[in-house]
Design a protein around this ligand. Structure first.
Ligand code: ADP
Ligand code: SF4
Length: 687
């Protein structure tokens, strides 16, 4: 199909200093968890986006010196020739598809606590960055930089720039954002210096200007130099000479870089979950950029709608459409817009499982795109599946796992029948996307159903509850069971060991609520699942007007949700809805009128009034249908997948199902192992 002319503007080339981006799709630097230890994994992950049409593809933060060490988080380095070799694999993969390659040269300053290198962290004035936040927590406070440290910092950037050019990068970043060192110089809260680098805005900007000059001079103007800057705090600070300090800073630097890349200051706002923030949420902070500078500007906002993207350019907010999450969820987003296939875009749902991967220290994972991070290790392509399937496959269960399995099996060429007991497809999503803020998660089902409905080799059967006889009668050569998991009404002890089910009136699980139960208030929600669902359930019940108390074993609501940047929003939402929050407690008893609680460390008892108790705790996988089928002799392949295999996040179910579908009829594939380049490889290559 031809491209919709409305989107032509997105395919115009953009000059960035000495380089030209072929279109306006710019994959901004984002964490991938793929360090220099996995060069081929990283190259394949980034290269896929170039193949999918992104005009610029950047790698994530890349340390310029061991005094910027984020371990155990999986950061990249530009310290020596092994790093040059490692990055060169990525730039080759990106250039192979006509995209520019960018690198985010990075010094973390006080926000990199140097756990491995053990170098004293550097800072303008000794102020730590978010000292009680898990990622930045340290018992050591940063050193105040002296004049020699500043000279070193500039030299490290220049040396890293030279290496980066040798590695093949076209765009070199100076990174003054997210609490990292140059950012701390910009902000008076962190910069209390009395030398030429502190005090007035002009002085605070000096270091950033010198870093830009150093990177440009080191590469003799051959590479484009980008400045990435966080604007949230600066925009909130008044200025005597401009609308805000952000205006003043950009005004002073307006001609310095070849490109401005602008963002927010804190991960939870910069990369906020769709649960609490809409597409394009950065605009109020960064909208002034084009009024102050003539240089091209790139920014993000979880853009998935081509109309929003084109609007950003037409309204003069951005020149380049930055994408991190949308490019992970669908590396082929630009190619699909170009081909007039907007309805085929696998839209990011804003769940932030990708960000949890960084916090976990592993390669990026994505709920929507199960192939992310598996391009090289397993040879998975997000759009292309080898057409080697023949014969009939029956998939039982139409939740995220069943839908993904059906789609991938159909792409392999099988004749696929998908049977779902309910009237609609979507499984757990049908209830969960009706909870406050979770509507966009429905894209997991929408995308897959949209694709399946277009395929001639797929039959969808709703209202088809299958038992073992029905499955056998169907006569498929392969059967995939994706019947999901069940929530249990079990409590847990102070050590989080599960105890038995609670025998009391009006005790419910999320499955009961999904089936239509409306709990009588006051309602207590006991959450030891510790992800999103407990708080979302509490919110939805409070929205009906019931009095709600949310109780958790965790030290904060949704304890695991700090991994997905949801936790600040959860606390704000509980507060806004008047939900009482009780942390570090377990439920020890309930009689339908009074709930008994105990503090998990002290055992201190408490009682609150409640008519209903909702337990969001343990889930059980397994499938009676699978057990029945496996127990009798059968001549079909039988596979258990998704939450029925092991209950988890939607990302787990989709991934397991994708893998099951790839392996049906072929058996288990053995993934490849990547390895870092060593100095001896470099020496050998030089011989
Ligand atoms: P997952 O996340 O693994 O996809 P879900 O719980 O979201 O799991 O979806 C499982 C789906 O399987 C539900 O929609 C449920 O109605 C369906 N299902 C369960 N048992 C059967 C069965 N015997 N026949 C058909 N569909 C079933
Ligand atoms: Fe988007 Fe979720 Fe995928 Fe991240 S994991 S890219 S937020 S769909």
């Amino acid at each position: 199909m031809p491209r919709n002319p409305r989107y032509d503007v997105l395919f115009e080339p953009v000059r960035i200093g000495p380089k030209v981006a072929k279109n306006r799709f710019f994959q901004v630097p984002h964490a991938s968890g793929m360090t220099n230890a996995a060069p081929h994994v990283r190259a394949a992950f980034r290269g896929m986006k170039a193949e999918g049409g992104w005009g610029v593809v950047c790698t994530g933060a890349c340390s310029v010196d061991p005094s910027s060490d984020d371990s155990p988080f999986p950061f990249a380095t530009m310290w020596d020739e092994t790093d040059v070799r490692s990055h060169a694999v990525m730039t080759e993969a990106v250039h192979a598809h006509g995209a520019l390659a960018g690198v985010e040269l990075w010094h973390g300053g006080a926000a990199a606590v140097n756990r491995t290198s053990r170098v004293a962290p550097l800072s303008p004035s000794g102020v730590p960055w978010m000292a009680t936040h898990v990622g930045f927590m340290s018992a050591q406070r940063p050193k105040v930089m002296d004049a020699a440290d500043i000279r070193d910092l500039i030299r490290w950037h220049a040396e890293a720039a030279v290496m980066a050019e040798r590695a093949g990068f076209d765009i070199l970043y100076v990174y003054a954002g997210m609490g990292y060192l140059p950012y701390q110089f910009l902000l008076s809260d962190y910069n209390k210096r009395t030398d030429a680098y502190g005090g007035s805005v002009a002085n605070r900007v000096r270091l950033v200007a010198e870093l830009i000059d150093a990177v440009r001079e080191a590469t003799h103007g051959r590479c484009a130099v980008a400045l990435r800057m966080s604007m949230q705090e600066l925009r909130a600070r008044p200025s005597d000479v401009a609308e805000s300090e952000a205006h003043e800073v950009v005004g002073l630097l307006k001609d310095a870089p070849d490109l401005f890349d602008v963002k927010m200051d804190y991960s939870a706002y910069d990369c906020s979950p769709s649960r609490f923030t809409a597409e394009g949420s950065h605009e109020p902070v960064i909208s002034f950029m084009k009024e102050v500078t003539d240089k091209p500007v790139v920014g993000v906002g979880r853009f998935t709608s081509p109309d929003t993207m084109a609007g950003m350019v037409r309204r003069g907010v951005l020149d380049l459409i930055g994408g991190a999450r949308p490019s992970i969820a669908d590396p082929f987003l630009p190619a699909k817009i170009d081909a007039g296939r907007e309805e085929d875009i696998r839209e990011c749902i804003g769940c932030n499982i990708c960000i949890s991967s960084w916090h976990d220290g592993v390669w990026v994972r994505c709920t929507q795109n199960p192939t992310a991070g598996e391009e090289w290790r397993r040879g998975w392509h997000p759009e292309v599946v080898t057409r080697d399937g023949k014969g009939q496959v029956l998939v039982v269960g139409g939740g995220p796992a069943g839908l993904e399995a059906a789609l991938t099996l159909a792409r392999r060429g099988h004749d696929v029948a998908l049977a779902e007991a309910g009237r609609e497809f979507g499984g757990r999503l049908l209830y969960e996307t009706a909870l406050p803020g979770l509507r966009q998660w429905g894209r997991v089902a929408d995308y897959r159903l949209g694709q399946l409905r277009k395929m001639p080799n797929v039959s969808l059967f709703a209202e088809s509850l299958l038992d073992a006889d029905a499955v056998r009668e169907f006569g498929a050569a392969e059967v995939v069971i994706a019947t999901g998991a069940l929530w249990l009404p079990n409590l847990c002890g102070a050590n989080e060991l599960p105890t038995g089910p609670l025998d009391a009136p009006r005790v419910y699980t999320p499955d009961d609520l999904a089936a239509g139960v409306v709990p009588e208030g006051p309602v207590a929600v006991f959450d030891f699942d510790n992800y999103y669902l407990g708080s979302a359930v509490a919110e939805s019940i409070a929205a009906t007007g019931a009095e709600v108390t949310y109780i958790t074993t965790g030290g904060a609501a949704g304890a695991w949700s700090f991994m997905t940047n949801e936790q600040p929003g959860i606390h704000a939402a509980l507060h806004a809805r008047g939900i009482a929050l009780r942390t570090l407690e377990i439920v020890t008893g309930f009689d339908g009128e009074t709930l008994e609680l105990a503090q998990i460390f002290s055992g201190a008892a408490a009682r609150i009034a409640a008519r209903s108790l909702v337990i969001v705790g343990q889930r059980a996988g397994g499938s009676a249908l699978y057990e029945d089928l496996a127990a009798a002799p059968h001549d079909f392949g039988l596979h258990l997948t998704g939450d029925a295999l092991a209950p988890g996040a939607i990302a787990h179910a989709v991934y397991q199902a994708h893998r099951t579908a790839r392996e049906v009829g072929k058996g288990r594939a053995v993934p490849r192992r990547d390895a870092p380049f060593a100095m001896r490889d470099i020496a050998r290559a030089a011989e």
